[in-house]
Design a protein around this ligand. Sequence first.
Ligand SMILES: Cc1cc2nc3c(=O)[nH]c(=O)nc-3n(C[C@H](O)[C@H](O)[C@H](O)COP(=O)(O)OP(=O)(O)OC[C@H]3O[C@@H](n4cnc5c(N)ncnc54)[C@H](O)[C@@H]3O)c2cc1C
Length: 637
Amino acid sequence: MNLDARIPSGPLAQKWDRHRFESKLVNPANKRKFEVIVVGSGLAGASAAATLGELGYRVKCFCFQDSPRRAHSIAAQGGINAAKNYQNDGDSIYRLFYDTIKGGDFRAREGNVYRLAQVSVNIIDQCVAQGVPFAREYGGLLANRSFGGAQVSRTFYARGQTGQQLLLGAYQALCRQIGAGTVAMFPRTEMLDLVVVDGHAKGIVVRDLVTGEISSHAGDAVVLATGGYGNVFFLSTNARGCNVTATWRAYKQGAAFANPCFTQIHPTCIPVSGDHQSKLTLMSESLRNDGRVWVPKQKGDKRPPDQIPEGDRDYFLERKYPSYGNLAPRDIASRAAKEVCDEGHGVGPGGLGVYLDFADAIKRLSEKGIAERYGNLFDMYEKITGESAYRTPMRIYPAVHYTMGGLWVDYDLMSNLPGLFVLGEANFSDHGANRLGASALMQGLADGYFILPYTIGNYFASSKQVKPGTSHPEFRKAEEGVGARMRRLLSISGNRTVTSFHRELGKLLWDKCGMERNEAGLKELLQRIPELRERFWKEVKVTGETSNLNQDLEAAGRVADFMEFGELMVLDALTRRESCGGHFRSEFQTPEGEALRDDSHFAHVAIWGYRGSDKPPERHQEPLVYEEVHMTQRSYQ
Ligand SMILES: Cc1cc2nc3c(=O)[nH]c(=O)nc-3n(C[C@H](O)[C@H](O)[C@H](O)COP(=O)(O)OP(=O)(O)OC[C@H]3O[C@@H](n4cnc5c(N)ncnc54)[C@H](O)[C@@H]3O)c2cc1C
């Protein structure tokens, strides 16, 4: 397995410029000879497809929703980071780079992260030019707020709808190319396998979700921008449709999976209210700019919040992390909330909640001022809980939110399978063991607008391309495999729903491989997940047929993949015998209860390769070499 990250040599600040200069180019007239398949039309996929189309490549773009505008990216609320330093508060490309490396607990590549910080400034210009309505200050300049793990204000935002506005910008750019004929869009089409010919990614097999038809598409390169796998936990803040299928099936065709156990738990979500729920709702981290997190000092204090005087409140984030206060990074803030709840200070039903209180901010900025910043989030909260956060503090609790792991890619965002590129949340590249808030949108757009358009050209220009076409036997084989799997699912005729299996898997993972993990729990999961998987294939009931719209069948395929992927995640968590970022092994913690890294054994990316269903996966390592930054124990105090 070729796992050379191909990070350019030379000084950190010059790597990307030099690499771009040294990369081979495809001349404009030749670009139309290359066909690129882009799977995904969220921020990463839409920006990539639009840009490649504008450059002159012939692009086919696929998504399973009815419109690219419905990609999960639309849910992003709080903002997007960029090192513009508009606030003159000490920000710089280097500081964004450093904050991201430190925030990721020193488990990300220096070269990639520095490039991300560099490119961040271009993204804002690009989006403003597209008309994205970022919030502005009175004088007309773009406004900023702060997100976790930073002491500067570098987050650009459009109220609590930043993802939606950015996606509309990317979607417009995509539509322009669809109109120009450079991009063909395939909505309601699900990729169900990757086709590899002579070691190169050459196409995909898809199912038309309306007619059920299975077909193949061949291309000179395949780009996966298919999002994250947080829904393996069943309950998460992700859109219900988010899944691991595209990346998992690519893994089974030879693409390596990196750091699958690195998942992010977000501290500010509306607490779980019962077994009836199918998803959780995020309350954006941006709220922690003005909201203060607290619990009653007295255990089991049942008084309503307005009757608990200041002296009886524990503002635990401000107490434990005075420098960053309520804006401590997500992994740290989540664990702190869990800790106070485990000790009996939690509020609300079941004691699994902490307060996020805006009373001080309303006094300072007025209700109108708060509504201007967060109005839609307060409305959302009220619709779900029936409570107004203008009058009473929100109740929040950590929930699964983002996945830092993903398919392994080199500096060019190419996987170990030549011709397979992976962008956005689907790759593992930039966030180490914990992503900082407002950095996912930045990474997805950096990948799609500014990085892939250079690196894919280098791939085309440096390797001789063969075009096998969809009549190649590998396409036939993949189509047959996809059809057989669906027929098998429909033939089981058991007595349990797909959702009940998904819920059971999610609960197992949340309990033993969630916010806290330990050896005994992970070993137990390695027994229980295969047992559950076996029961799934015997007892599940999938209704309907393959030949038309069948959402039960779609869900069954995705849950079947989660059943396999979950095991890899657990294996990764078990093998990484240290704590870092969001991966918290209770055996490895500092006396203060913070994550205790083991740099001498685990300063590497863990990379898993598939060896067939009858053999355990193979673990490889990519050492993380820090030339610029010293690895230290993270401190936000
Ligand atoms: C509630 C919420 C709020 C967030 N807020 C912020 C924020 O404020 N700032 C920030 O930086 N980040 C935020 N994030 C994270 C961020 O939204 C995501 O990481 C990012 O949008 C992912 O973009 P993407 O393009 O990689 O994937 P997605 O937007 O998930 O798009 C995936 C695409 O792939 C397609 N797809 C997937 N599988 C297949 C398949 N098998 N076949 C065909 N198509 C497929 C889908 O149809 C879709 O088009 C938030 C996340 C959540 C859950």
